[in-house]
Design a binder for this molecule. Structure first.
Ligand SMILES: [Zn+2]
Length: 90
């Protein structure tokens, strides 16, 4: 499946830990780790990309929510791989 380079990098950066999400900022001694969008959860990469209520609004509005797998996932990579499988099969 052809993927634009900026989309490939967008998917790659979180998997490499190259996104300063809340739990990483907290580990560095800066901030409390809470998501700045919803303010109700510790911000992990999976939270920032899928689970945050603010992100869910965007996914629902764009129609992407029905395309992405919803099962429990260990981490961002597992979700990304499942999402890629679903989108590649369509
Ligand atoms: Zn959030």
């Amino acid at each position: 499946m052809p993927v634009l380079p900026k989309i490939r990098i967008f998917g790659w950066r979180p998997g490499q830990g190259a996104v300063p999400v809340g739990y990483k900022v907290k580990a560095a001694g800066l901030g409390d780790g809470t998501c700045k969008l919803c303010g109700s959860h510790i911000e992990t990469i999976l939270h920032a990309m899928r689970d945050c209520s603010s992100v869910q609004e965007v996914l629902i509005t764009s129609g992407m929510d029905s395309l992405l797998p919803q099962g429990p996932f260990r981490d961002y990579f597992e979700w990304l791989e499942a999402s890629h499988s679903v989108m590649s099969s369509e």
